[in-house]
Design a binder for this molecule. Structure first.
Ligand code: FAD
Length: 451
């Protein structure tokens, strides 16, 4: 049996200012039945709940079951970086899935940043959202050369929309990026956000409109088959709920409730930190968010926050060789010790102008991602389980994928739209074929997730 979220998780910076709904239970007891149970109150679960109630005069009855506190999973412990992949993996996807599928994914990701900005403005969400540009800077000569060839081929082919991508290769890259030793850099539109505040705002909105949020309520089991009346039985230690529909937003923990996702959505532990500059010193200006590529699949990524602190994740060169630190790991109560010192002096080592900043590590935490064996999320109907749907498996890259995927799932529920009518890339569909596949790109020699 795959494990559920552990208690006593490390405290991320994002969870140092807790919302009134953090440990909320809308009713003292669980209702005995409802129309829709959402399992998981991270970005995916909250966005599903938000759209189920948005502009809906006759909403279904919705219960959100969350194992720990609201937004205490990956969303509450991530890097806050909303960086669509508009070029990097496109050549790989063209080879594997064809031009249309690859271009669809890039388009879908790029559209999320603007959709997110529109949502923040519409709902007046206080979540430090910043629309900016991401800068991918490559330090490794082999990777810089390979990326250069792949990108120039992509440009020549004319199939991808690269209008927003600026690229510099060679001598100008260091000056343009501000990254010491950068051999190439790309910039393009991206965003960053305080993810916990954003999710809690969405949950608040849904609860105000009638959603029943039940935190500290791990789901222990979903019935193997439907009850005679067609509903599913959702079991928890606090009682059971009969539901017409189940939405799994359980990320890296999905296989616990849906064993067909074992080895398909794998819990992968990551690490993040907050770096601060002493109050009596000026914070050097950082114009972009960054991904610093040290080699294939080896990176740090960071966002400069409005308060002058930096949120940095990655540190993979320090621990990725030791699979026991990250693969199939659900324990976010412990740090990845070999990675912790990596954050000390990172800003000074990496950026021009930061040498005398005095920047130091303020806090380090871990979190559990849901990496899929083909690096594509699972979105939509679960094969063989009528009225069960999934929105999970974002492979450490959920921020530019979840919002419009959730909106599309709700469109399927509320309007009866077919998957192919929603705009979700076809290769995100949860198919029997994907579940049967034995491929595991996570452990492949060329494993390269997006950040
Ligand atoms: C350290 C780290 C850094 C990251 N940095 C970035 C980044 O900068 N940019 C980016 O795009 N992505 C990043 N990610 C990935 C991103 O956070 C995820 O893709 C995204 O948050 C997934 O959202 P979710 O709602 O699917 O999952 P989660 O936020 O993990 O939510 C799932 C919820 O389901 C609950 N749950 C699970 N099982 C059960 C059960 N049986 N019963 C009840 N509840 C259950 C969990 O407790 C959890 O709250 C990072 C992730 C980590 C861990």
């Amino acid at each position: 049996m795959s494990p559920t979220p552990v208690p006593n998780s490390t405290t991320p910076f994002w969870r140092t200012e807790l919302h009134e709904l953090d440990s909320h239970r809308t009713t003292p007891d669980l209702p005995s039945d409802c129309d829709i149970v959402i399992i998981g109150a991270g970005f995916a679960g909250a966005a599903l709940a938000y759209y189920l109630y948005d502009d809906n005069p006759s909403p279904p009855s919705v219960v959100i079951l969350e194992a720990r506190e609201a937004c205490s999973g990956a969303t509450g412990r991530n890097g806050g970086h909303m960086k669509p992949d508009v070029y990097y993996q496109v050549p790989k996807y063209i080879k594997k899935y064809g031009v249309k599928a690859a271009v669809d994914v890039a388009r879908f990701e790029a559209s999320q940043v603007q959709a997110f900005k529109a949502l923040v403005e519409k709902e007046k969400i206080d979540c430090d959202f910043v629309l900016t540009r991401a800068c991918d800077a490559t330090l490794d000569p082999d990777l810089a050369r390979d990326t250069h060839h792949a990108f120039t081929e992509l440009q020549k082919s004319g199939v991808a929309n690269l209008k927003d991508v600026f690229y510099a290769y060679g001598k100008d890259a260091e000056q343009l990026s501000g990254v010491k030793g950068a051999l190439s850099c790309f910039t393009f539109t991206a965003g960053h956000v305080w993810p916990y505040k954003m999710v809690l705002h969405l949950l608040r909105t849904a609860v105000n409109k009638g959603a029943n949020l039940q935190t500290h309520t791990p789901v222990t089991r979903i019935s193997d088959t439907e009850l005679p009346d067609g509903r599913w039985l959702v079991e928890t230690e606090r009682g059971s709920i009969k539901a017409k529909k189940i939405l799994l937003a359980t990320n890296g923990y999905t296989a616990h409730l849906a064993p067909q996702f074992r080895d398909k959505i794998v819990p992968v532990r990551g690490i993040c930190s907050r770096i601060t500059v002493p109050k009596d010193r000026p914070v050097p200006f950082l114009p972009y968010t960054y991904s610093i590529r040290h080699g294939v699949g080896m990176y740090d990524y960071l966002i400069p926050r409005p308060d002058g602190s930096i949120i940095v994740g990655g540190a993979k060169p320090k621990f990725w060789h030791d699979r026991s630190q990250w693969y199939n790991v659900t324990d976010d109560s412990k740090l990845i010790e070999p990675a912790v010192p990596h954050f000390d002096g990172l800003m000074q080592r990496t950026f021009k102008g930061w040498e005398t900043s005095g920047a130091k590590t303020d806090r380090v935490w871990t979190g559990i991602m849901g990496w899929t064996s083909d690096f594509m999320p699972y979105v939509g109907d679960i094969p063989g389980k009528p009225n069960q749907m999934i929105l999970a498996g974002f492979s450490g890259h959920g921020m530019p994928l979840i919002l419009l995927s959730a909106k599309a799932i709700v469109q399927m529920i509320r309007k009866g739209s077919k998957f192919e009518e929603t705009g979700i890339p076809e290769i995100f569909r949860a198919t029997e074929e994907r579940l049967k596949s034995t491929e595991n790109e996570i452990l492949g020699s060329n494993s390269q997730p997006k950040l």
